[in-house]
Structures are given as structure tokens and as C-alpha cells.
Design a binder for this molecule. Structure first.
Ligand SMILES: *Cc1c(COP(=O)(O)O)cnc(C)c1O
Length: 422
């Protein structure tokens, strides 16, 4: 492992994004030095500026009380608007298509309340088998809400026997064959367990061709791979801000609604006063007049203290840019894949697709000896100061995040893996 360590240092020195690592707090590990952190797909690290952004709001609250709604340096009535521009860049959306509010699952419920409108002929929901549990719970609860059952209305695309990831052609085939009965196609952008990127433009086009509504859960995609929501054209999307976006535990989530629905006021929605036309909101009228665009789905006034850390993270994304992050990400994850092949291929299988276009930064690893050895390997990595995460039944996920991970972290991971599995 000596040669890769030297080449990793050289690569780190040549990395134009290397300085962003210093903008984050790295947790200190058991050996008293910073851990090698590969869990940014689960909870992103804390930007150093997060405390300052939160403190600014605490100060304005202390100083101004209720007057802060309008007089704070960032007026609280429109605090969510300060995140819109970067949220739009990260998802490839128009600013009017984006709003930050609630949590991912709440936003998914709000979107399904508006966009899952089953009829007697068109009532099915198509999603990937093994989707993130919260998404499946949200979906099956909507089926129940409409008096439908899972067995009658839920279609799940699974990988073929003996394969770990889905084939795009199999997804498109279900849409082509059963599209006339499908009300909603709901996929993740990046599969949380396998790290597979789904072909969002192809799925959207095929589903629209058959008259289905299309939504994506971008929780593992945003801040990880470049997205072009507006051009690809899905009807809605939701995402989570505490993974690659580094907004902090339980951070306020994001939501996208395509421009074509901006003035779709006849479509049912669950309303709240922050979705009301902002110019007349404080007339406190009895009739709900929704704002055009994604903001019209807001319920409540923005949780300022919850949004403040995300603002700190967005300042970094804006400077780093999606394009530069993606270029580094492809190199960094490729470096990890190369070292794994060289050092531990006998003991570890990479579940994630090999094609860089079909993955983001995460590689999902399966220890060939089985679940118990896999779990033990994961725990020994953690004890050695290498933080990955474990997903049942047998997956170790490792995400080298281009914003703060470096090539030396990757060496540290593979060196420890090789020693544990020797
Ligand atoms: C992380 C994640 C969530 C998280 O949901 P919250 O409601 O924000 O806790 C939901 N869906 C997917 C696909 C995720 O990866």
C-alpha cells in the first residue's frame, strides 16, 4: 500500500477543490486524529460557517423579537428564499420550481396528495423494489388513504435473478406494458443501498408518453450528481438536505414542482398559510389563494434556525460548483474502485455499477464471506477511525464526497480493509 499513499498525496496536492476540506469540522477518531469520513451519504459534515449563520439568527431574535420577521439581516418571512437560487442550481431547476420546507417524507406526502390521483382505470404506483423504507411507507399509506391495497395497486421493479441492480430496459418495459394503469411512477434518483443512478430522463419520457405522472426522490442524488430536473421534466421531486448537502441532522428538505404545474390551482393540494399569495397573506383572508410555483405548496413559516446551517453549506456549493465537484467525484470514486480491485478483490464485491455514469460517489461493498464477516469488518473499520455505514442485510456503504474527502482518506479506507480481510 506504499505506492498508492504517495500517489494519493500527489493527487491531493493537485486537487483544485482541496481547500474546501478546511471549511468543515472533521470528527476526531479513536486515535486522536480526524477520522476518514465516508458517511456523507448518511449525514454530511458540519460546515465551519454553520455556527455563525445560526448565531446570526439567534442574535437577531435576541435583538429584535417579533420585528425580526422583517428587520432581521435576512428577514425571516422570506428566509427560505435565500436558499432557492443554489437549490435550483443543484437540481437543475428554475428558481420558481424550488422550495425548501418540511422533511423529505412530509414533502413526498404533500406531492402525492396533489399528484397521485387514482381513477378506476389508472391507479397503480410503480417504484423500485427495495426503495428507501420511508418512501414505501408513504406510498402504501396513500394507497390505503384511497381505499386501495398494496397487492392491487403497487408495482415494484426488481433486479433480475442473480443481479444486484436494476436494468433500465426492464423499468422502461414495465412502463410500456402497464403504463395505461399507472397513475404515478416514483423512483429514487440514486438508489440508497446500491448507489445505482436511475436513468431519470428516459424514465420520465417513457412515463409521460404513457400518460403517467413522474416523481423522483433525490435524497441520494442532490449534491452528488448533476441534475437537470427542468429539462428532464418530471412533475415533482423531493430531497433531503442532511446527506450530501450538509445541512445538519434533520435539516429542512427540498421540493421541486415542474413549471407546467405552477398555476395548476384546480389540482387538489394540502394548504397552509405560507403557500398563500405572499402579497395578501397578512390580510388574513378566509379564502386560500395559492402562490404560483413550488412555494404554493408551503404550509408553515420557514424554520429559520433549521435553515441557517444549510445556508452555510450552500455558500460552499456555490463556490465549488456542481461541474467541478462531479469531475473530482468521478476521479475520487474511480481511485477507490481501482484500489479495491487491486487490494481486496478476492474478499470484497462492489455492488454499485462500474460505469461512472450509472453511479455517484458511493460504492456499496459486500464482503464475500457473508453477513457476519461483513458486519465485523464494518465495526473494525469504525474502531480504526474509518467511518462508513452499514445497510442490512450485508452492505457496507462508502461515499468519498468530493467537497471534503481526499485521496489520502481513500487510501486509509483500503489499507484498513486489506488488513482486516487479510
Ligand atoms: C434519507 C432519505 C429519506 C429521509 O427522509 P426524512 O423524512 O427526511 O427523514 C427519505 N427518502 C430517501 C430515499 C432517503 O434516502
Amino acid at each position: 500500500m506504499d505506492t498508492p499513499l504517495i500517489s494519493a498525496r500527489t493527487l491531493d496536492e493537485a486537487d483544485e477543490l482541496a481547500a474546501f476540506r478546511n471549511e468543515f469540522h472533521l470528527p476526531i477518531g479513536p486515535k486522536g486524529r480526524p477520522v476518514a469520513y465516508f458517511a456523507g451519504n448518511s449525514l454530511g459534515l458540519q460546515p465551519k460557517a454553520a455556527a455563525e449563520r445560526v448565531e446570526e439568527e439567534l442574535t437577531d431574535w435576541r435583538r429584535l423579537g417579533v420585528l425580526g420577521h422583517h428587520a432581521a439581516r435576512r428577514p425571516w418571512v422570506k428566509y427560505h428564499e435565500f436558499l432557492t437560487e443554489v437549490g435550483a442550481q443543484l437540481t437543475g431547476s428554475l428558481p420558481a420550481e424550488v422550495v425548501h420546507m418540511n422533511s423529505t417524507t412530509v414533502n413526498l406526502h404533500l406531492m402525492m396528495a396533489s399528484f397521485y390521483r387514482p381513477t378506476s382505470k389508472r391507479f397503480r404506483i410503480l417504484m423500485e423494489k427495495g426503495s428507501f423504507p420511508s418512501d414505501r411507507y408513504a406510498v402504501t399509506s396513500h394507497l390505503g388513504w384511497h381505499g386501495l391495497t398494496e397487492s392491487a395497486a403497487l408495482l415494484e421493479c426488481a433486479p433480475r435473478a442473480g443481479e444486484s441492480v436494476l436494468r433500465n430496459e426492464d423499468i422502461l418495459d414495465v412502463i410500456a406494458r402497464q403504463g395505461s394503469e399507472i397513475a404515478l411512477v416514483l423512483f429514487s434518483g440514486v438508489q440508497y443501498a446500491t448507489g445505482q443512478v436511475f436513468d431519470m430522463p428516459a424514465i420520465t419520457a417513457a412515463a409521460h408518453e404513457r400518460g403517467c405522472i413522474v416523481g423522483f426522490d433525490l435524497a441520494h442524488a442532490v449534491g452528488n450528481i448533476p441534475l437537470r430536473m427542468h429539462d428532464w421534466g418530471p412533475d415533482f421531486a423531493v430531497w433531503c438536505s442532511y446527506k450530501y448537502l450538509n445541512g445538519g441532522p434533520g435539516a429542512v428538505a427540498g421540493c421541486y414542482v415542474h413549471e407546467r404545474h405552477a398555476r395548476d390551482f384546480a389540482r387538489p393540494r394540502l394548504g397552509g398559510w405560507w403557500g398563500h399569495d405572499k402579497d395578501s397573506r397578512f390580510l388574513m383572508d378566509a379564502q386560500f389563494v395559492p402562490m404560483p410555483g413550488a412555494e404554493g405548496w408551503q404550509l408553515s413559516n420557514p424554520p429559520v434556525l433549521g435553515l441557517a446551517p444549510l445556508l452555510a453549506a450552500y455558500e460552499l456549493f456555490e463556490r465549488a460548483t456542481v461541474a467541478r465537484l462531479r469531475a473530482k467525484s468521478i476521479r475520487l470514486t474511480g481511485f477507490l474502485e481501482g484500489l479495491l480491485t487491486r487490494e481486496v478483490a478476492h474478499a470484497v464485491e462492489v455492488v454499485t455499477p462500474r460505469d461512472p455514469q450509472q453511479r455517484g460517489c458511493q460504492l456499496s461493498l459486500r464482503v464475500k464471506e457473508g453477513r457476519q464477516r461483513g458486519r465485523e469488518t464494518f465495526e473494525r473499520l469504525e474502531a480504526a477511525g474509518v467511518i462508513c455505514d452499514w445497510r442490512e442485510p450485508d452492505i457496507i456503504r462508502a461515499a468519498p464526497v468530493p467537497l471534503y474527502n481526499n485521496y489520502s482518506d481513500v487510501c486509509e479506507l483500503v489499507k484498513n480493509l486489506a488488513a482486516i480481510l487479510a
